[in-house]
Design a protein. Structure first.
Ligand code: HEC
Length: 394
């Protein structure tokens, strides 16, 4: 029977390809241990979504050495026992993040205010919610949100975990205007969510707890680690000593690194991710219209204190500060150089230790230019264009 042989060979080849060793590997694909969707399930999700047959790799990327050891590694806020990140969980989180049906009138998704090209913040000073109303603060970059040691979220740190945070914009009166009851019902009517929840959590139950966990997993998977600065650190092989240059940096970038380390890093924007460990007052105003942490705790000693997210990709995240008051990085540097206000809660590091009054950095124009050159080395265009963080809807 001449027809038998080719059919048999094709069938044998197809069977062999179920072995992990035969699995196709791209940069983003999970190398092993990851089972794809069944054929029927893949057809269901493919009607609406552009997802790979086997999840992208959200957990095992090749992080450089400076991410894997302290200080950066010790700032990871992943609750490994209750919500470890998985490739299927983050995939579900990605779909939820880009889904406008999370808002009551299907007009706003998380990404409306957190755009990948801007390192997941909004280039507008304030963002528009589902009825066109504006938020009262500037949206925040989500890059490396995972590496914030106290694990609290928002400018005023009112969300004590990322899992708590993710359900808040959905229910916010200006942002998305939903109730969690109607959210669960609404998502349960969609077959692709049944498939995705089952893949991520083992069964088709669509609950608020799982929604919050999947969104948190996707956000924790947003790790920016491929900037010029990362390449420099990897080439050097250790944390640079105060006067040590980074290989591959221009003279100006290296000068910027030194000026930044001397004036801005220290206990403020520190670690290789330029993250501040707690919220602080940086002397923006003498009297704050928005008291930040003080508004939440009711304590005057917390007035004017705000979280500072990681400065990774900071050149893409304008405008700056909690109220987006500075349109450019030059205005930010001018604030630290000459504009710090003598607020009673002004952080010690911005005060003269002898007199207790504000100590402006008085940077020269050359130093400011060098800092900007250094901040540009924190831009990671692989992160802002990576398909695994992009809109999956067709
Ligand atoms: C209408 C605009 C808007 C929408 C929609 C929105 N956000 Fe935000 N997001 C903001 C603003 C503004 C802030 C800062 C608010 C504050 O601190 O009070 C913020 C802050 C955050 C933070 C805190 C980051 C940090 O480092 O502390 C996270 C995380 C976040 N949003 C995730 C989400 C998720 C997940 C969704 C979708 C479920 C979402 N956002 C929807 C505007 C929005």
């Amino acid at each position: 029977m001449p027809m038998r042989t080719p059919t048999f060979i094709a069938a044998a080849l197809a069977a062999t390809c179920f072995l992990p060793a035969c699995k196709k590997d791209s940069d983003n694909a999970t190398p092993s241990g990851n089972t794809g969707f069944s054929k029927t399930d893949y057809e269901i999700i493919s009607a609406t979504l552009n997802l790979p047959e086997s999840a992208f790799n959200y957990t095992g990327f090749n992080l450089p050495a400076h991410f894997l050891a302290p200080p950066v590694a010790s700032t990871d806020n992943t609750p490994v026992n209750t919500n470890p990140t998985t490739n299927d969980g983050a995939t579900l989180g990605r779909v939820l993040f880009y889904d406008k049906t999370l808002s009551i009138n299907n007009t706003i998704a998380c990404t409306s205010c957190h755009k990948q090209a801007n390192s997941f913040t909004d280039p507008s000073q304030f963002s528009q919610g589902f009825l066109g109303g504006l938020t009262d603060r500037n949206s925040m970059s989500l890059a490396n949100a995972r590496y914030y040691v106290n694990g609290k979220f928002f400018w005023d740190e009112r969300a004590v975990t990322l899992e708590d945070q993710t359900l808040m914009p959905i229910q916010h009166a200006v942002e998305m205007g939903m109730t969690l009851d109607s959210l669960e019902k609404k998502l349960s009517t969609k077959d692709y969510y049944k498939v995705l929840f089952k893949k991520a959590f083992g069964d088709e139950n669509i609950t608020r707890d799982r929604i919050s966990k999947a969104l948190a997993q996707f956000i924790r998977a947003m790790v920016s680690y491929q900037s010029k600065y990362d390449d420099g650190l990897t080439a050097l092989g250790h944390a640079p000593a105060p006067n040590e240059d980074l290989p591959g940096f221009t003279q100006q970038e290296n000068q910027g690194l030194r000026v930044f380390t001397a004036n801005c890093a220290g206990p403020c924007h520190n670690t290789e991710l330029q993250t501040m460990p707690v919220a602080r007052n940086n002397g923006l105003d003498l009297v704050y219209a928005d008291n930040g942490v003080g508004k939440i705790t009711g304590r005057t000693i917390d007035n004017g204190k705000f979280k500072s997210p990681s400065l990774r990709n900071v050149m893409l995240t304008a405008p700056y500060m909690h109220d987006g008051r500075f349109q450019t990085i030059e205005q930010v540097l001018e604030h630290y150089s000459t504009g710090i206000k003598n607020h009673p809660n002004l952080d010690n590091r911005l005060k003269d230790p002898a007199t207790g009054v504000a100590r402006p950095l008085n940077l020269t124009q050359q130093q400011k230019n060098a800092i900007v050159a250094f901040l540009n080395t924190l831009t990671d265009s692989k992160f802002t264009t990576d398909i695994k963080y992009s809109d999956p809807f067709k």
